[in-house]
Ligand binder design. Sequence first.
Ligand code: NAD
Length: 545
Amino acid sequence: MNLFDRYRLERLIILITTHSPQLHSMHQYKGPTLNDSDSTVLDQSYNDFVTHYINGESLSSEGRTLPVTNPATGKVIRQVMLADEKVVKRAVDAAHEAFQSWKDFTPTKRARVLFQFKQLLEDNADEITYLLTEEHGKTREDAKGELIRGIEVVEYACGIPELLKGEFTQHVGPKINSWSQFEPLGVVAGITPFNFPAMVPMWMYPIAIACGNTFVLKPSEVDPSAAKYCAELFYEAGLPKGVLNVVNGDKEAVDALLDDSRIKAVSFVGSTRVAQYIHQRASENHKRVQALGGAKNHALLMPDADIEQAVNATMGAAYGSCGERCMAISVVACVGEESTQKFIQGLQQAIDNLAIGNGMDDNVEMGPLVSATHREKVLNYIQYGIDEGAKLVVDGRGLSIEGLDNGYFLGPCLFDEVTPNMKIHQDEIFGPVLSIVRCDTQEAAMQLINEHPYGNGTCIFTRDGEAAQYFVENIKAGMVGVNVPLPVPAATHSFGGWKSSLFGDLYAYGPDAIRFYTRRKTITQRWPSGGIREAAQYAFPSENV
Ligand code: NAD
């Protein structure tokens, strides 16, 4: 039985088990979930190892492994193998060899493989979103959204014959033409975080590969299966051996990638602490590097905003994916007493109605946090907030979901009266914790945002075009929304933040990625013709000489 048949069979088991009699959570539960015995069946059927995927084949490694957990049940579902230096070397060997021929594939031929890959991603969406939910905890609907955004980057990469067209000028000088062409770098690497296990890798490898590079991906060890599954689909689409390689692992694997001189560029997405480290070490090793870091995204609520709309938008942006998004809104700077009051009341009501449970269940709107350790970290932040004097108006601690007692659930938390220097305002929490900071004016709210060390995304809620324009022009963040709470750029633009949210010059995907994954070569050409013979010129060449 091949991999796809196996997943389909297991999927069938899942469909049967998810339709068996359901238990109901005690808290805010809106629909069915797996009961304990159902999840035992699932966990056993999936009990295996996540290997590496090198040269188009699964590769096992000896040595360290790490348990992969289903955050909704708290159960270990499989083990991921952790690559050492030798495994990484093997992946880079494969990519290095494959580069010699892949770079010579015409862009049109490369695009054909990408078109096929896009089709396979769509055909296998159920399997991919299942793995995303199983290992990350996000809802199936959210997983679908993640996959679609990843596929959009593949669609963009399908346009590579157009995107790689060079720049040409006829007659830059007498009988001289000049053009720039964009050539692949060689082997490039991607290191990705746990919160978008399929999409963030797809921000990188489809475009890098379309440009003629070969790729080594090191996905998050927390939820590694979806990235490997997608890589297998890419091969099924016709990718030649060695063009995409997946090594699973942790710091040891990352360091081996950073130190291999055959890797010419590194794309990283993750926390700021690690982004800084990657940026420094890769730069010291003379690699091109883009390292996207953490975030603390503010919304600004103006007194004239459509409050109902702002509440709905904020609920999704703050609590969707349990707040584990680098574009999540985690602070709302509110201007105006009356509108702020209404906004908070609206949030309280919406939180009361939020369906929390196993993300596998279609009716659930918010799943668990990714791990016990991460839940502990978020709980510590809630305590910091209380200790520093913020007012916890909704307390999500103590949430219990019947049948899922060992899951890493935490209900939505809402703090009011947060002040700029509090730890819960300064640090990225990456959980379902939203802070309200009350501000006297739009300028004061914008100052709060502009002085914050992070600058990924931000948004203003207003009906006033002038206020919105002022915000867009003067706010210091890389991605800005006007009544759009998660202004994640479409695949035809590029994604990146300012300040401590990005180290490096170029953003991820879109036009910046074409520049990141290629090297410009500019050619200036003249053919001897018409019997012109020139005397030696000792002045610097210019039009006038
Ligand atoms: P993380 O930084 O812990 O891990 C990211 C990657 O780095 C993983 O592959 C991991 O194995 C590796 N890594 C971890 N520690 C390392 C070390 N000491 N040395 C070398 N490699 C190391 O991030 P995470 O917890 O997986 O993801 C959450 C973070 O990612 C949040 O801070 C979030 O804001 C950020 N993020 C940012 C963006 C963005 O576009 N700016 C997008 C998604 C997530």
